[in-house]
Design a protein around this ligand. Sequence first.
Ligand code: FAD
Length: 502
Amino acid sequence: MNGYPVLEPVDLVVVGAGVAAYSLLQTLDRNLRVAHFARSFSETSSWWSMGGIAAATAIEDSVASHIRDTLSAGAGMCDPEAVASIIGEAEDAIGFLEKNGVVFAGRGREGGHNVARVLHAGDDRIGAAIMSKLVERLNHLHSIEARLAAIAVSDGRAAGVWLSKEGEVLLQPANSVVLATGGATSLFEHRTTPPGNTGTPIAAALRAGASLSGLEFIQFHPTAIATPNSPHPLATEALRGAGALLIDASGRRFALDADPRGELATRDIVARAIAKQLETGPVYLDARPLGRRLLEFEFPAFCDGCRGLGLDPAENPIPVQPAAHYFIGGITTDLQGQTTLPGLYAAGECASTGLHGANRLASNSLLEGVVIGRRVAAVVGGQAAPIGKAEPYTVHSSGPSLQAIRQTLERSAGPSRSAAGLAAGLASLDALVPVAIGAPAAQEAAGAALLAELILKAALLRTESVGAHFRSDSQGSAPRLAPIIVDGGSTPHYASNGCGDA
Ligand SMILES: Cc1cc2nc3c(=O)[nH]c(=O)nc-3n(C[C@H](O)[C@H](O)[C@H](O)COP(=O)(O)OP(=O)(O)OC[C@H]3O[C@@H](n4cnc5c(N)ncnc54)[C@H](O)[C@@H]3O)c2cc1C
């Protein structure tokens, strides 16, 4: 075992502390022996969520309508079975959250939804409203702050995790492993996500033998508040749903030039419209039409964020820019969260279930985390597997700088891409010289470099624009709708048995 300490074997190891992990933990059979680890218990996208959770609960709404909007946002690339199955369980998911004490109050409309179906809780702090309840009543659980470094594999199945904790490497043997480790948008320089969302666990899943898919699809939030440093505070989409407008420096509403839905077109369209406008001057979100009372009452987190920057949204338009926000692709799973590696499950943003296709419909991600987290809870368990033959683990002591990787992706794989830009990005990644940074930072940098390379290669391979992936050099031909997958090595390719070409 390489001489590393080995922890007591468990039935299940859960990695991550967001909505997917806690939905699973709240649902799990309490007789199972569970080990729970996360890099951070507070810096998670789940806690930071500001808008709401999508579910067709209004009288004028229907599951069929929510499904239609999800498929439409996904631009022909959703797996219709995944959409019907996950959206079909939205009402149950809301019931589960309510049973755990979450109080929903009101509904808003967000981009791509044809009706107001985004349920609010805690004003514009939906994440805190949900997470504060989901973490309750889990006193039996011993949760430990540690980083996943690798997945232990024995006889072709996941058999535990290698962890890095306070400079020490540990092996946690387990019969099943669940990754609920969030996305990888913190591989971009401009981002709204917590610093730890660098996707190291997604790279670890690939190294262990699981397949990845949809890596070219990154969702850029159109209205991150323009600040010099990341993560950028968010001007939540619900503001636009409530009537805030996008204007240029002269006060002109330019979003209507790109789409008749204007500010409420899907995020990819609005993000590109803003990116294009930024080439000629600043862009602002004008929330003044909402008035001070509504802003303070319904959007306190947004107002707090603005105040922290010396801005007053009731008095002045707020400068905004697109920033990487949601990792649409990830570890390929079925609708029970099973990856292509036996014994390994993934739930939440790190997984690719086929729900989002080429573009996530706003507020469908908290929903997916709840639904799949609970489903994984229903299928995992069993006795701890013997770990005797786990493949040895290599500690990295040097790697490229994370900042250089972030700059490369920002330059080459932003809201608008081209073959030349993507190829230049790959060349600059190749040229990065590893520096001695020591574990676990080196472990993270190695995973980040691998994932960045795969994102660039997948984006290069998909020559046409579809959904969140926009190629400025596309010849305008219909996009191939088959998914791009990575199933070993570092060569993304089109799935031969995908949804077919169109
Ligand atoms: C500012 C913001 C606002 C948002 N608003 C909404 C919204 O209103 N509605 C909506 O549906 N979605 C929203 N989203 C997206 C949504 O929050 C996420 O998709 C969702 O919360 C992801 O949940 P998760 O459980 O998969 O991962 P996360 O909540 O990101 O949690 C990931 C966990 O994995 C841990 N982790 C990561 N790497 C490692 C490692 N190497 N080792 C150990 N642990 C690791 C992290 O520390 C963390 O505990 C928002 C996102 C952001 C950033």
